[in-house]
Design a binder for this molecule. Sequence first.
Ligand code: NAD
Ligand code: UFG
Length: 336
Amino acid sequence: MALNVLVTGGAGFIGSHTTVALQQAGYQVVVLDNLCNSSLAVLQRIEQITGIAPGFVQADIRDQHALEAVFQAHKISAVIHFAGLKAVGESTQKPLDYYDNNVNGSVQLLLAMQQAKIKTFIFSSSATVYGDPQELPITEQHPRSVTNPYGHTKLVVEDILESIYKAETGWRIARLRYFNPVGAHPSALIGESPQGVPNNLMPYVAQVAMGQRSTLQIFGNDYDTPDGTGVRDYIHVMDLAQGHVAALHYCQQQEQDLLTVNLGTGQGYSVLDMVRTFEEVSQAKVDYEIVARRAGDIAACWADTTLAKQKLGWQASKNIKTMCEDAWRWQLAMTP
Ligand code: NAD
Ligand code: UFG
């Protein structure tokens, strides 16, 4: 019998791609999302891709009654928790919104799970918990440090999960630390739809290539990296989605466990690498100017992926060119 999985934030960027991957792996998915950063159309798009409509509940993870009702209506075996706010800059201006959504929201969800006796939980953490890396590649043992409220919410929820794991037997928890998710489903039916000016590099580059924005500002070319621009471990969102399926399989096989694992490719690319590859695949010019460093940015960051291979039997397979091609196809599809 197919296992039912609750995916919070399943209408969002990573959640929607993971819902597709879960359905294609034979799971039945119920999405719970308040649509604060996504739309209902995404659910129809998921159905178009997989031929299966996921269950959908429009609700907030802080709404205990809604959670109780979901757990009563569906026999949920595991929860994959994406719902939350994610803009680093905004988190410094509205810290309470971030602590309420990301920390209180996770606590409410875990309380409802405890009551419903559901003990399999997969959490969206972030490479941001490593702060400014002391060593590259970054292993899961690297000390954690954060400099903004968003990062702090991830760190606190990681710690809450550890406390729960120590306090009660039977929990199967995976804390997945994502590096830089980019790209889109190859069908161009789902992807990332940032509201307003994109904070992240890839959607910004795509909008410049499209002619929607005139110039990319590159935040600094004086870092200690091969070409002076920032280096990151970009990972295709479909690879990331498969990483969640692998983490769920892993959890199902354990009596109990607390797994913390990096999800990245293990390879770093600079801002200029990204611009050049995007120009090549789109055949469009990406004009840029070099400006001052962005406050809080680090020079370079990429993952040690050994543990993910060892524990999950998973590794990313899509290269930077495919990431840019899929992001470009999505950009073209989104533009009227
Ligand atoms: P997203 O904004 O596209 O998706 C989040 C979804 O959660 C949205 O559909 C939103 O409507 C929903 N949501 C937010 N608050 C909610 C609440 N209180 N109740 C119910 N639904 C709520 O973001 P994403 O890029 O898909 O990120 C998913 C998760 O992964 C987040 O927790 C994020 O912090 C984490 N993460 C993202 C990145 C990244 O670069 N995208 C990197 C590391 C970690
Ligand atoms: N960059 C530019 N110009 C832009 C946007 C970005 O030059 O307009 C540069 C940045 O300086 C950085 C690189 O492109 O060198 C990547 O920047 P992103 O904003 O795309 O990604 P970050 O690595 O800064 O942060 C992302 C998420 C965070 C998450 C972190 C680690 O936004 O939420 O990855 O997972 F915490």
